[in-house]
Design a protein around this ligand. Structure first.
Ligand code: BES
Ligand code: MN
Length: 509
């Protein structure tokens, strides 16, 4: 982890490798104008030449050695003042931090002039933590994420990493609120980073047993209880749908249950179910070879569930949360399920498996049935369920489909606030009909010609949710990325942790 702290210091004299200042899309004013003077007008010259105009994520870099306390200065654009939100601050901070690291600096300091910060979103009344401080630290720490555990270090050219980030504030009175924002962001980022790490491990390491161990160790570290059901327990519970998927693999399945009790004993919990397919070959309905390696990320929903429980516990949120992760591989072994097979889920509903590659919904069925024993306040599942969601929404938003419009609206709002956006797709009756089988209760793919793959995936899940308010998040397009974003490097994003924590925070305040 990178060391973080808040200091009241003179921004012109503060000693650091690189100082970062923010500039909206307008000519340098206030402090920046003063600094421009120290630099003989270098910043205004950059504006004139349109090299730097304060556009979001634009950067201006300059050595200030001898002129200021810092060695180097980076000014990062925030975009138009009226459009500045916590999201643009996160992005600008991520962009700046990566650029500082690229220049091989080790220590950096951010300074955000209150006047230039614009309106940082709607800061909640009860929230004494400074939202802008949090946004800066989130953007920086998440942008600087690396997964290099499997790489040998090049002794001649070791990678350069930021060791310390300081947030400078104009005076002592601001320190407390900023510090609280920095601390909360640190806990949240730690959970997002743990989530990303779990996702990046290859499937020969991140097996169902590995996920179960990760859950147990996080339960020990935080105030969470953890229970792991083994295959024989699943047999006792008649989880035929989950066991059907698992039977093609030599890796034993695990059914992970985490309970965090931060609310009143009698409060019904928010139950989060995360898909834990640790590798999806497609099974007998085998996937094509190209890009199949990405299917190590098919446990993203499960990783996000563990990360959310970790963050809820470390932030001591006053809510009860249960996390459930059914974990298995989807392999085409000799005893694998075959197209046409019929499975019976734990509640007795029968499922005709017409495509063994639609396995996520099969394991979620038994997990959603299990979730009902908690009489949840709301039931939320996350899964990399369909390639179709990428057709609909690309890699910029996940899809939400569900049965409770209040829950969906609250989730959408949290998605907007955290930059983890979602878009609702309609669960029309036609789609529910399309997953009824001729010879069983349900079939795991829709009738030919229906289309709407993401919605029919959700429609399959609905009969397993009881009458509980339910929302399904299809994160297949957002769980990992092959093009870097300002604070999401290539690879697993951890998408979902920050949005769910915002939702849980709103519930508890
Ligand atoms: N894990 C995949 C979905 C997926 C595809 C995630 C591409 C990310 C990128 C899921 O298990 C799957 O294979 N779904 C099938 C469903 C189909 C057989 C109805 C799909 O989307 O092709
Ligand atoms: Mn599949």
């Amino acid at each position: 982890m990178i060391k973080t702290s808040v200091k009241a210091d003179d921004v012109l004299k503060h000693k650091t490798d690189c100082l970062v200042l923010f500039n909206p899309e307008k000519n340098p004013a206030g402090l920046l104008k003063q600094i421009d003077g120290l630099l003989n007008g270098a910043l205004t010259a950059a504006f004139k030449a349109k090299r730097f105009e304060g556009k979001l994520n634009q950067t201006f870099e300059q050595s200030v050695r001898g002129l200021m306390g810092a060695d180097s200065l980076i000014v990062v654009g925030l975009g138009k003042s009226k459009d500045i939100t916590e999201e643009s601050i996160r992005q600008a901070a991520g962009t700046a931090a990566k650029s500082v690291e690229k220049s091989r600096h080790k220590k950096m300091a951010f300074f955000l002039d209150g006047k230039d910060a614009g309106k940082p979103g709607k800061a909640k009344k009860s929230q004494t933590a400074h939202p802008v401080a949090g946004a800066i630290m989130e953007g920086a720490q998440l942008g600087l994420y690396h997964f290099d555990q499997y790489k040998s270090v090049d002794q001649d050219n070791p990678p350069s990493r930021i060791k310390e980030i300081i947030l400078l504030v104009p005076g002592k009175p601001q320190v407390t609120a900023y510090q609280k924002g920095v601390d909360q962001a640190g806990k949240l980022c730690e959970a997002v980073i743990a989530t990303r790490d779990l996702m990046h491990h290859p499937s020969n390491i991140a097996t169902p047993a590995f996920l179960a161990k990760a859950a147990q160790s996080l339960a020990r570290k935080y105030k969470i209880t953890c229970k792991v059901l083994e295959k024989k327990d699943m047999q006792k519970l008649k989880m035929g749908s989950l066991l059907g998927v698992a039977q093609g693999s030599h890796e034993p399945p695990k059914f992970i249950v985490l309970e965090y009790k931060g609310g009143k004993a009698k409060d019904p919990p928010v139950v989060i179910v995360g898909n834990g397919v640790t590798f999806d070959t497609g099974g007998i309905s085998l996937k094509p070879g190209a890009g199949m390696d990405e299917m190590k990320f098919d446990m993203s929903g499960g990783a996000v569930t563990l990360g959310t429980l970790q963050a809820a516990a470390s932030l001591k949120l006053k809510v009860n949360v249960v996390g459930i992760v059914p974990a298995t591989e989807n392999m085409p072994g000799g005893s694998a399920i075959k197209p046409g097979d019929i499975l019976t889920a734990a509640d007795g509903q029968t499922i005709e498996v017409l495509n063994t590659d639609a396995e996520g919904r099969l394991i979620l069925a038994d997990a959603l049935i299990y979730a009902q024993r908690y009489k949840p306040k709301v039931l939320i599942d996350l899964a990399t369920l369909t390639g179709a969601v990428i057709m609909a929404l690309g890699h910029v938003a996940c899809a939400v489909v569900g049965t409770d419009s209040k829950l969906i609206q609250q989730l959408i709002q949290s998605g907007d606030a955290t930059g983890e956006r979602m878009w609702e797709l309609p669960l029309y009756e036609e789609f529910e009909k399309a997953v009824k089988s001729d010879i069983a209760d349900l079939k795991n793919i829709a009738s030919k010609g229906v289309g709407a793959g993401t919605i029919t995936g959700a429609a399959f899940l609905k009969p397993f949710t009881g009458d509980y308010p339910w929302a399904h998040l299809d994160i297949a397009g957002t769980a990992w990325t092959s093009n870097e974003k300002p604070y999401v490097p290539k690879g697993g994003s951890g998408y979902g942790v920050r949005l769910l924590i915002d939702y849980l925070k709103n519930l508890s305040s």
